[in-house]
Each structure stands twice: as structure tokens, then as C-alpha cells.
Design a protein around this ligand. Structure first.
Ligand code: HDE
Length: 749
């Protein structure tokens, strides 16, 4: 078989070594040294030299992209082969002894295909199994060299490529996106000085204080081991049993019961590094630091009834949203902010900054914006990139260091360790998505799936045979912050770790009225799924230490009496510095405008086309989408005699997949829709989920039919005669996203 330059041989490097790309056999004794500048001839790690970009990166201009070219495979115009490059004559039938005879063992082609297929799956992540990823970049605003020598923060305008993976925690790889859960927010920075993974969550605190408890927490929340139920849900006995015995978890559970646990979009949630980290500057001076990502689109969430229905209508809801936004050029963006404080400041706080169940309120240490992250490229291949990406908290670069947070300590071990099982050995750093854009040279060798072909005899240091290379970097390398340690070895916790309720109360008291109501409803729902009354009772006794209003509301919802408050671990808890922090409410981050919001414009034959066109154009101008939804998909004739295409139907994209609703005018269309049960359901869900509804002309009858009578009209339910007149008020109402003033528990509609 002759390899031609148009049909690229699989291993171009090898062919080149023998002198020309068409070579089929090496000539005797010939050896061609690989040109050091040629990507094809170098080792994988050498090939990953950073291609640095000054200034702001354009859409898709990602310096981490080019190194991946070496492994990108495109089959366009290519012949089908086995993994060994043998061309396949027939990919339809196995080899048999006669047309009706037995299949033959010597059919290596069938066997290779089935064997590979049998091993297509790798173990899913033990937590955060379900995730979605995207490429992008970080752009630094100004030099932070006084604080840190970390490469991404060195110059103004500096661009560092990155890959982000968002995830749910408890559900399996194929579970739904809209489970009530923490969301992972993991960022891999491909810095000039190596990989830095900031493996965070969309909530700034964690359930436990010490890594020792992590397997227990995960076992408690995962499906129960005897019957593997429930999938992707914390609403079951074992989770709440564990929580009821772990008062340190209550602060994070408050966040979990809030709307933060059901984000409208990955693009509309905050991210947090959670732990206290260290920044270290060139002079070796260190400060403490907490990392915050704030989305440009603001923080927005679903409501619970909606999240439950979306799980059926589109289990890929958040994944699709991220994918479609990036495909449409609506690149999601976050601002990175730092809370920087000294050890002396930290010592004075009423809480311990090494305790991951605590935040540092912004009132004590404000957040300083330092740069922005833009996600501008979808992965080429889900498995190769999003599934195989390996985030590890141990991956830090010079200028970033750890604090003594005991939870972080466990993570520094756990993440590298888990990849060895999940990705099949210690060479996962060579997978293209994981490999550094800074050169990698060391004396680590061999192991399963080694890609690099290390040359020469030397795989030890010190050496003279290799000219002493690779050599130590000294002060230019990673130098750990020399934190003094002179204490006895103990199992235990520092005193301030024993206070569990102050910040849970701070969180609840900082919420708006609708947010508080949603938290109470979430506790009610989750605990209503708990079958053991003693567990519910213990949670209620815990909640009494958080807020009387909360405990009372939950108890009423469960038909229970309030028990005594849970005894506190310390009799006289320290007074909190802050009792209300507005930044803890999602209302603090409304975001700018309505870009990428999806509006359903319901049409049928006989619809008044002029109104539809006016609304659609206005939405387009505002960066939102007006999607035509019909009794079925396909063409419809307007009252004016034009043809409109419905992209969706009431059946295939139900109400919960839209942020707002427009009911178009036209007697014939309204009559058709009035005869469809799904229409009333569609309207009722829009209303119940507090979305903006606009009815044009005769369509107001559909509202009445759905039970939204005159006395239920509010600022989010708009009536108008013409589309043109309605545009202004409609867009204004849409900017508010939800109209919680209409909400009641139980829902009136
Ligand atoms: Fe993780 N966590 N974790 N975690 N975690 C994993 O690593 C672990 C914790 C977080 O998109 C695992 O590669 C321990 C806190 C994210 O690939 C595993 C402890 C925070 C992701 C693991 C924690 C996180 C993971 C599973 C306590 C927020 C997904 C697969 C000591 C700051 C990353 C894997 C991705 C994944 C262990 C606690 C966030 C098993 C032992 C706190 C976002 O190694």
C-alpha cells in the first residue's frame, strides 16, 4: 500500500524519518535526525511549546489549539482502514465459510472492530461524572507582580489559553443536567510555566472541613448502594442522615437548597476556588487569596418545578445551552476577582480561613477584579477533550501555592490518584488536552500508554553523560512557600472550626424574599423524600440554629412540630462580623441585558405576520432569539398570505425550554391553538415559572382559557394590539427575567 501525500499516512513522523513521506521501507542503516523545529519530528511534550499571543485574542485564536493539530484526525476524502492502516474492502459483512456458514476466527478485521468497541468506555469520574467543556482564554487586566509571580498575571493584556469543564456532582455520566446539585467549575490554565488547574465549584463553600470525610459524604449522596436509587438527587435518606449528623455541612447545604443549585445556564453562574490559597511574589512574600468568577450575563437560575420538567424535556439542557451559545459566537465571559488578605488579618476573623465551610464576607475583604475569561471554542471531540481532561488541584505553577486547609490537602493527593484508574496509568499528562504548552522534560519513564519517545541513555539526574540535562531550575522553578511548622502531630481541628451556624444564618438573612421562599420549599421537598422521621427531626433541630423563620417554614411544610435546637459544639459562639451580605443574594448580579435568551413565539395558520416579524426583529437586535413554535414544525401561512417556518412545536420544545412567551394575533390561529391542551399547559408553565408573557390581539383569549384571568395580570403579563407597540414594554419586562411577585406557594395556576 503506497502512502501518498494527499492520503496522509497515520504516522507522518515515522515516514519522514526515512527520508521522504512516500517511503515504505527504510534504506539500510539510514538515520535522519529529526529537525528540532519540526512539530512532527519532536516528542509530544516538545511539540507543545506555547505560541504566545500579545493583545486580546480574537474569537477562535487560541494558542493552545495549534499543538493539537498533531493529533487531529479528519477522515474527509480518506479510505477506510483498520487500526494498522490496512484498507478495508468490505465493512458490511463478517468473513464466513459460505454465505450461510459459520463466521471464521481468522476474521481479524471483525475482531479488531469488536474488540475496540468492547473497550470504548473508560470509568466515569467517581464524582462530577457528568460535565461539559469549552476552550477559551484568560486576559489579564494589569500586572499583579507585587502579589504573585504566576505567569498569567504578569503583564497587562496577557492571554493564557484555558479549558473549562462544568459539571454536576452526584449524577452519573448520562444523568440529567438540571438536578439539584453543586456545579463543578474547573479551569485548566495552559500557562507559560506549566499547567495551573483551579478546580472550583459554583458555590464558595464545601460540605466538610477535612478530607477524611469526603468518601463518607460521597457515599451518602450517591444512589443508595442496595438499589442504586435515586439517580442524581440528594433527596433521599442516606444523604440527609449524614448531613443531620454533620452540623459543619449546614452552611453549604443552605447553598444547595438555594436556587444556585439549579442554574439557568453554566454561563450564568459564579465560580469559586473555595479554599484559601496563597499567592507568592518574586521576593517570596506571600498573601492569602480566594478566587471568584463572576459571569457577565449575571447569575440566573431555574425554579424547581421547571428544573424537574426540563429533566424530561431536555436532559442536556445546560450542555446544549453552552454549546449553542459558543457556536452562535455568543462567547460566555466571566471576570476573575481576588480577595487578598494577610495572615495577620485572617487571625482576627471570627472564623478560620482554613475552614472550607466558611466564606470571607466581602464586607471584610473586598473583591478586586483582575482579568476576564472568555470561552470561544467548542471541543472537536467530547471524549478526547471533555471526558479525558484531568483536573488536579496539585497542578499549580510558581506564584500560586496552597494554604493548610485540610480539605485542600486531601485533594492535592486525590486528583492525580484518581486519573491513574480513570485514564489508565500515570501518563495521562500526555493526552493532548492535558499536556502543558510549556516544555516538559524529566527522567520519568515508561508506564502504560507512553507517547513520548525519549532519546538517549540518560534517565537519571545528576548525570554527566547527558551533559547534566535536564537540569534543575533553582529559584526560577517552583519553590514552595516556606511556611514554618513546629507543632505536635495530632488528629483534630482548630477551635474556630467548631462554629457551624453563623455563616449559614448570614447566607439565609442575605437572601431576597423569593430566594428565602425557594430555600424553604427546597428543604420541604427534599425532606419529604426522607422516610425516617428521626432524620427529618434532626435537620429541623439544626435549622433552628440557622433561622427561626426557616425552621418554622420547613416544619409547617412537613406537618411537624419544631424540636429543640441542636446543641452547639461551642457554648458561646464568636459574634459574626457581618450579619447581612448583599453579595450573597443572586439579585446582586443581574447581568447586562437579555442576550441569548430564548423566547417562544407561538404561531399557527392565519397568524398576523406583522406582529411576529416586529417582535422577532427586536429580539434579534437585542441579541435574543425569537423562536417560532407551532402546533407542528414546518411552514404556516399568515393572515397576510406569507409563509412562516416554525422551527419547533408545542410537543418537541415545551414551555420550560423558553425564557418568555409571545402569543401572536389572528382569529384562525387562536382558534386552532385554543383546541390544543398543550397550549394551555404551555401558558400555565410560563406563568407559574414567573416568565414574561405577551399576548397580541385575539390571543389574550388563550390566557383567559389557561386560567390567567384579568386579576392575575401583572407587570410580566402584557397585552397589546400590535407587535410594534408591544416591543418596548416587552423587552423591558424581559430584562427582569422573572416576575417573582406573582409567585405563590402552592402555585395559584
Ligand atoms: Fe473534587 N474530586 N474532591 N472537589 N472535584 C473530583 O477528580 C475530591 C472538592 C471538583 O471537571 C475527582 O478527576 C476530594 C472541593 C470538581 O474533571 C476526585 C475532595 C471542590 C471536580 C475528587 C474533593 C471540588 C472534582 C473525581 C475533598 C470545590 C470535577 C474525578 C478532600 C473546590 C473536575 C476527578 C472535572 C472531581 C476528589 C472536594 C471540585 C475523586 C478527595 C472542595 C469541579 O479526585
Amino acid at each position: 500500500v503506497e502512502a501518498t501525500s494527499s492520503a496522509m499516512p497515520f504516522n507522518a513522523t515515522k515516514a519522514a524519518e526515512y527520508g521522504h513521506a512516500n517511503a515504505v521501507r527504510p534504506s539500510e542503516g539510514q538515520h535522519v535526525a529529526p529537525a528540532s523545529s519540526s512539530v512532527g519530528a519532536s516528542t509530544l511534550s516538545e511539540a507543545n511549546h506555547s505560541v504566545k499571543v500579545g493583545g486580546a485574542a480574537e474569537g477562535g485564536n487560541d494558542p493552545a489549539a495549534a499543538p493539537l493539530d498533531r493529533v487531529r484526525a479528519d477522515a474527509g476524502g480518506q479510505v477506510l482502514t483498520t487500526n494498522q492502516g490496512v484498507r478495508l474492502a468490505d465493512n458490511q459483512s463478517s468473513l464466513k465459510a459460505g454465505l450461510r456458514g459459520p463466521a471464521l476466527l481468522k476474521d481479524f478485521i471483525l475482531r479488531e472492530k469488536l474488540t475496540h468497541f468492547d473497550h470504548e468506555r473508560i470509568p466515569e469520574r467517581v464524582v462530577h461524572a457528568r460535565g461539559s467543556g469549552a476552550h477559551g482564554y484568560f486576559e489579564n487586566y494589569r500586572p499583579l507582580t507585587d502579589l504573585t509571580r504566576a505567569a498569567p498575571f504578569r503583564e497587562a493584556g496577557k492571554i493564557t489559553p484555558l479549558f473549562v469543564r462544568f459539571s454536576t456532582v452526584a449524577g452519573e455520566r448520562g444523568s440529567k443536567d438540571t438536578a439539584r446539585d453543586v456545579r463543578g467549575f474547573a479551569v485548566k490554565f495552559y500557562t507559560d510555566e506549566g499547567i495551573w488547574d483551579l478546580v472550583g465549584n459554583n458555590m464558595p463553600v464545601f460540605f466538610i472541613q477535612d478530607a477524611m470525610k469526603f468518601p463518607d459524604l460521597v457515599h451518602a449522596v450517591k444512589p443508595e448502594p442496595h438499589n442504586a436509587m435515586p439517580q442524581a438527587a440528594s433527596a433521599h435518606d442516606t444523604f440527609w442522615d449524614f448531613i443531620s449528623l454533620m452540623p459543619e455541612s449546614i452552611h453549604t447545604v443552605m447553598w444547595l437548597m438555594s436556587d444556585r443549585a439549579i442554574p439557568r445556564s453554566f454561563r450564568m453562574m459564579q465560580g469559586f476556588g473555595v479554599h484559601t490559597f496563597r499567592l507568592v511574589n518574586e521576593a517570596g512574600k506571600s498573601v492569602f487569596c480566594k478566587f471568584h468568577w463572576t459571569p457577565k450575563l449575571g447569575t440566573h437560575s431555574l425554579v424547581w418545578d421547571e428544573a424537574v420538567k426540563i429533566a424530561g424535556a431536555d436532559p442536556d439542557y445546560n450542555r446544549r445551552d453552552l454549546w449553542e451559545a459558543i457556536e452562535a459566537g455568543e462567547y460566555p465571559e466571566w471576570e476573575l476577582g481576588l480577595q487578598v488578605f494577610t495572615e495577620e488579618q485572617a487571625d482576627k476573623f471570627s472564623f478560620d480561613v482554613l475552614d472550607a465551610t466558611k466564606i470571607v464576607p466581602e464586607e471584610l475583604v473586598p473583591i478586586t477584579p483582575v482579568g476576564r475569561m472568555v470561552l470561544n471554542r467548542n471541543p472537536d471531540n467530547f471524549f478526547a477533550e471533555t471526558e479525558q481532561v484531568a483536573f488536579c488541584t496539585a497542578h499549580v505553577v510558581p506564584g500560586i501555592d496552597f494554604s493548610n486547609d485540610p480539605l485542600l490537602a486531601g485533594r492535592i493527593h486525590s486528583y492525580v490518584d484518581t486519573q491513574i484508574t480513570r485514564l489508565g496509568g500515570p501518563n495521562f499528562h500526555e493526552l493532548p488536552i492535558n499536556s502543558s504548552v510549556a516544555p516538559v522534560h524529566n527522567n520519568q519513564r515508561d508506564g502504560m500508554h507512553r507517547q513520548a519517545i525519549h532519546r538517549g541513555r540518560v534517565s537519571y539526574e545528576p548525570n554527566s553523560l547527558g551533559g547534566g540535562c535536564p537540569f534543575q531550575a533553582g529559584a526560577a522553578g517552583f519553590v514552595p512557600f516556606p511556611e514554618p511548622v513546629t507543632q505536635d502531630e495530632v488528629r483534630g481541628k482548630a477551635e474556630k472550626f467548631a462554629e457551624h451556624f453563623n455563616q449559614a444564618a448570614l447566607f439565609f438573612e442575605s437572601q431576597s424574599a423569593p430566594e428565602k421562599a425557594h430555600i424553604i420549599a427546597a428543604y420541604r421537598f427534599e425532606l419529604s423524600k426522607v422516610t425516617v422521621p428521626a432524620v427529618r427531626q434532626r435537620i429541623l433541630s439544626m435549622l433552628r440554629n440557622v433561622s427561626g423563620e426557616l425552621a418554622q417554614g420547613v416544619a409547617e411544610g412537613l406537618g411537624m412540630n419544631l424540636p429543640e435546637p441542636m446543641p452547639r459544639a461551642i457554648a458561646k459562639p464568636p459574634k459574626p462580623e457581618v450579619r447581612v451580605s448583599p453579595a450573597l443574594s443572586m439579585t446582586a448580579y443581574p447581568g447586562d441585558g437579555i442576550r441569548t435568551r430564548k423566547v417562544a413565539i407561538v404561531v399557527a395558520n392565519g397568524v398576523v405576520g406583522e406582529g411576529v416579524a416586529a417582535i422577532q426583529a427586536a429580539l434579534r437586535d437585542a441579541g435574543a432569539e425569537g423562536r417560532l413554535v407551532g402546533p407542528r414544525i414546518g411552514p404556516f401561512t399568515t393572515a397576510e398570505g406569507d409563509v412562516m417556518e416554525a422551527a419547533a412545536s408545542l410537543e418537541n420544545e415545551p414551555s420550560v425550554l423558553f425564557d418568555a412567551l409571545v402569543l401572536a394575533d389572528g382569529a384562525e390561529a387562536v382558534a386552532t391553538l385554543a383546541g390544543m391542551g398543550q397550549m394551555a399547559e404551555f401558558i400555565r408553565d410560563q406563568y407559574r415559572h414567573c416568565k414574561t408573557i405577551l399576548a397580541l390581539g385575539a390571543a389574550s383569549g388563550l390566557l383567559t382559557q389557561a386560567g390567567i384571568a384579568q386579576d392575575r395580570k401583572d407587570e410580566g403579563v402584557l397585552l397589546a394590539e400590535s407587535g410594534k407597540a408591544a416591543v418596548g414594554p416587552f423587552l423591558k419586562a424581559l430584562t427582569r427575567h422573572r416576575h417573582f411577585a406573582r409567585e405563590s406557594d402552592p402555585p395559584a395556576v
